[in-house]
Design a protein around this ligand. Structure first.
Ligand SMILES: [Cu+2]
Length: 487
C-alpha cells in the first residue's frame, strides 16, 4: 500500500513535470494570425557612384520606435530606419565603400556576415564604432553570388543589438544568379525571419534564462507581424534568412508543395534540389524557388523539428498568387558554375570541441588572444565536435562545404557553399573550409556559435589570416590598445 502510494506520488510529479515541459515544447502561433499586414520589403539602398566607379552606401544605425504589434509602439533600433536595415545589392567585381554612422547612444559594430574582405573591414568585435562616429570600410566584391547579411558584432552585446532590430540583407549578384528570378520585391523576395517575445504593451523583451537564449512565441518577417504577400510571377525566388537569436526553422508550405533549393549561405548550388522542408539555424540562409498557379494560396510554415532550437510550430507568411501571373524564366538544370570546394591532398585538419559551458576547445572568447593562425587562401578541414547542447558554427571570411555529419555524407541539399552550419547535440561535423585571400597579421577574424547568447557568453575564437610561411612569426597575444578601436 505504502509502495503504491509512493508510486502514485512519483507518477503524479512526473505527469506535472511533463505537462510543464510539454507546454514549452508546443510554442506555437498556428491559428492565431489573420494575415492582414502586407509584407514589408526592405528598400534597396541606392549607392552614390564615385569617379572610380566605387559604389558608396550610407548606413546609419539609429534608435527609434516601431509599431511591431498593431496599435502598439516598441522601442527598436534600425539602420536608415527604425527597425531592420535596407537591402544592399551589388555584383561580383564591384568596388564598394560604406559610411556607417552610429547615431545611437552606445557603441556598436557592423559585420558583413558571409563576405570575403580584409579583416580590418570585417566589422567584428575589433572594429567598434563609438556613438556619433562614422566607420568607412571598403573592398572589392570577389566571391560567387550569394544572400549575405549584415548585423552588429559587439562582443557581449550582439544578441541585444540584433534582437532590437539591427540587421539587413546584402545580396551579391553574378552571371549565374541573374538567370534566376531577380526582380527585387517582385519575383526575388527577401524574407528575414525573427521570433520575438513581447510584453503586454508591445515592447520587445528578451529571455536569457534558458539554455539557448530568447525563443520567441511571435514571428516577424521583415519586421512585419501577421504578414501576407501577393505574388504576380509564376516562379518566385525567396531568400530565407534566419535572423533569429536562437530559434531554428523547418521551412515548408501548408499545402506541402515542394520547392527548389537553389542556393545556400555562400552561393548557388551547382544544380537545384527539390525539397518540401528545409531547416535553417540562426544566421543560415537559403534561396528557394517556388512555383505558383494563378489564385494559389499557401502559408509558409515552420514545422516542429528535433534540433532542440525548433521546438514549436509557426505560421510565418501567407502567400497569395494573383489571378494572372507573369511567366518567369524556367530554372535551368545548371545553376552555379563555381566548382565545389575540394579537399587538398595535404589538407591541414583542425579540431574544435564545443562543450556545455559554451566553450570552444575549453576556452571562452578573449579579445586579446589569437587561437588559430591560418595561411591566407588556405583550404583546411575543420572538425567540429559537439559535446554540449545544440550549437552552430560560423566562420568569418571563409566559405565551406560539409564533408560529413557523424561520418555520413550530407544529403544533396546540404552540399552547397556555406558559412554557418548546424552542429547537432553530440555530433561531429567535418567541413572543408576555403579561406579568403587577404592577409593581416594584426586584426583577427572570428569563428563562433551563431546562437547569439552563446556567442555573447564567449563561445567564440579568433584566428589570423597571414601570408603563407609567416604563421609562426605572428604574436598570439594582441596589444591591449591600438588594435581594437582602430578603423
Ligand atoms: Cu551555441
Amino acid at each position: 500500500m505504502k509502495l503504491n502510494y509512493r508510486f502514485f506520488t512519483v507518477s503524479l510529479m512526473l505527469l506535472v513535470l511533463l505537462t510543464a515541459c510539454g507546454k514549452e515544447e508546443i510554442m506555437t502561433n498556428v491559428g492565431e494570425l489573420e494575415f492582414e499586414q502586407p509584407l514589408r520589403i526592405p528598400p534597396l539602398v541606392d549607392p552614390t557612384i564615385e569617379p572610380d566607379g566605387t559604389k558608396n552606401f550610407m548606413l546609419t544605425l539609429q534608435e527609434g520606435t516601431t509599431e511591431l504589434l498593431p496599435g502598439k509602439l516598441a522601442d527598436t533600433r534600425g539602420i536608415n530606419g527604425s527597425y531592420l536595415g535596407p537591402t544592399i545589392r551589388a555584383s561580383r567585381g564591384d568596388k564598394v565603400s560604406f559610411q556607417v554612422t552610429n547615431n545611437m547612444n552606445e557603441t556598436s559594430t557592423l559585420h558583413w556576415h558571409g563576405m570575403l574582405l580584409p579583416a580590418v573591414m570585417d566589422g567584428g568585435p575589433h572594429q567598434m564604432i563609438e556613438a556619433g562616429e562614422t566607420w568607412t570600410p571598403h573592398w572589392t566584391i570577389d566571391q560567387p553570388s550569394a544572400t549575405t547579411w549584415y548585423h552588429p558584432h559587439l562582443h557581449g552585446k550582439t544578441a541585444e543589438h540584433v534582437y532590437s532590430g539591427l540587421a539587413g540583407m546584402f545580396i551579391i549578384d553574378d552571371e549565374d544568379s541573374k538567370k534566376l528570378p531577380s526582380t527585387y520585391g517582385v519575383d526575388d523576395i527577401p524574407l528575414i525571419i525573427q521570433d520575438k517575445l513581447f510584453t503586454d504593451d508591445g515592447q520587445l523583451t528578451m529571455d536569457d534564462e534558458g539554455i539557448f537564449g530568447t525563443l520567441g512565441d511571435e514571428i516577424l518577417v521583415n519586421g512585419t507581424y501577421d504578414p501576407f504577400l501577393k505574388v504576380t510571377a509564376s516562379q518566385v525566388r525567396f531568400r530565407l534568412l534566419n535572423g533569429s537569436n536562437a530559434r531554428a526553422y523547418n521551412f515548408g508550405f501548408s499545402d506541402d508543395r515542394s520547392f527548389q533549393l537553389v542556393g545556400s549561405d555562400a552561393g548557388l548550388l551547382n544544380e537545384p534540389v527539390t525539397l518540401d522542408r528545409i531547416m535553417l539555424s540562426p544566421g543560415e540562409r537559403a534561396e528557394i524557388v517556388v512555383e505558383f498557379e494563378p489564385g494559389d494560396e499557401t502559408i509558409l510554415h515552420s514545422y516542429k523539428g528535433n534540433a532542440g532550437l525548433d521546438n514549436g510550430e509557426f505560421e510565418l507568411l501567407k502567400i497569395v498568387a494573383a489571378s494572372e501571373l507573369t511567366d518567369s524564366t524556367p530554372i535551368d538544370g545548371k545553376l552555379s558554375t563555381v566548382p565545389p570546394i575540394e579537399v587538398p591532398e595535404d589538407a591541414r585538419v583542425r579540431q574544435f570541441k564545443l562543450t556545455m559551458e559554451n566553450k570552444i576547445n575549453d576556452k571562452l572568447m578573449d579579445m586579446y588572444r589569437i587561437d588559430e593562425v591560418v595561411p591566407a587562401g588556405a583550404t583546411e578541414i575543420w572538425e567540429i565536435n559537439n559535446f554540449g547542447w545544440s550549437h552552430n558554427f560560423h566562420i568569418h571570411n571563409a566559405a565551406f562545404r560539409v564533408l560529413d555529419i557523424n561520418g555520413k555524407a550530407p544529403s544533396d541539399y546540404e552540399k552547397g557553399r556555406k558559412d554557418t552550419v548546424f552542429v547537432p547535440n553530440g555530433s561531429k561535423v567535418r567541413i572543408v573550409v576555403e579561406f579568403g585571400d587577404y592577409a593581416d597579421p594584426n586584426f583577427p577574424l572570428m569563428y563562433h556559435c551563431h546562437l547569439l547568447l552563446h556567442e555573447d557568453q564567449g563561445m567564440m575564437g579568433q584566428f589570423l589570416l597571414v601570408e603563407p610561411g609567416t604563421e609562426s612569426q605572428v604574436p598570439t597575444i594582441l596589444p591591449e590598445d591600438g588594435n581594437n578601436h582602430d578603423h
